[in-house]
Design a protein around this ligand. Structure first.
Ligand SMILES: [Zn+2]
Length: 158
């Protein structure tokens, strides 16, 4: 991604990216063990996309829930509603909220696809993408709103 966007102000975009910036206000904290578990999950499911939910409080992750990608696809994912419900119940029991939804891109960059944007129902929840395109996995967090996609800082804590 370049820095300047002068002269590249295309009005007809397919995705609602009006701005992509790191505000510094939004940050998600992930314990190292959970971060590594998420990357392992992505590798295990590859070439299919994996998906899961991160529960916690105040943008701090406390627990990862691995879910089935019912689409069994390498380009998209869908979480099983039954599994999702179980995760919500479990999070509620532990007074956790949904901090993030994560999924993998097994052969593309870690940026929300048009489908990801269309299916982003929770603008207050982070969307984490684990890209396996390069040799070393790249993990990025976003918040996908109606008007824009915001890059979020990930702080891996030990
Ligand atoms: Zn995606």
């Amino acid at each position: 991604m370049g820095h300047g966007s002068n002269g590249a102000d295309h009005k007809k975009r397919l995705r609602p990216v009006l701005q992509l910036h790191s505000s510094g206000k939004e940050m998600i904290r992930i314990p190292k063990s959970i971060y590594l578990k998420m990357v392992e999950h992505a590798k295990k499911e590859s070439p299919l996309e994996c998906c899961g939910i991160l529960g916690g409080k105040d943008h701090a992750v406390e627990k990862a829930f691995e879910l089935q990608n019912v689409d069994q696809s390498s380009v998209r994912y869908a979480m099983a509603p039954q599994e999702q419900l179980k995760v919500f119940e479990e999070m509620e029991k532990d007074a956790m909220e949904m901090v993030a939804v994560y999924h993998s891109h097994t052969h593309t960059i870690p940026f929300p696809s048009d489908t990801d944007v269309k299916l982003a129902f929770y603008p207050e929840v982070s969307s984490i993408i684990i890209s396996l395109k390069e040799k070393d996995p790249v993990v990025k967090a976003f918040r996908i709103g109606k008007e824009a996609i915001y890059l979020e800082e990930i702080e891996v804590i030990s």
